[in-house]
Design a protein around this ligand. Structure first.
Ligand SMILES: [Zn+2]
Length: 55
């Protein structure tokens, strides 16, 4: 997965505004606040609560 560090720094969880952390093994973004897991499709993070998985 190729998510640039600068991009990760400006991304925030739409649910709780906490920073996100890249999960390389599953190619997902995990919220460091509420723990919701967001998919990455074609290197584009999908930051929609409706698309997120619960931890
Ligand atoms: Zn969150």
């Amino acid at each position: 997965m190729k998510i640039d560090d600068w991009l990760l720094e400006i991304l925030a969880c739409p649910a709780c505004k906490a920073p996100l952390r890249a999960e390389d093994e599953t190619e997902e973004l995990v919220c460091t606040g509420c723990g919701l897991i967001y998919p990455v499709r074609d290197d584009i993070p999908v930051l929609l609560v409706d698309e997120a998985r619960k931890p």
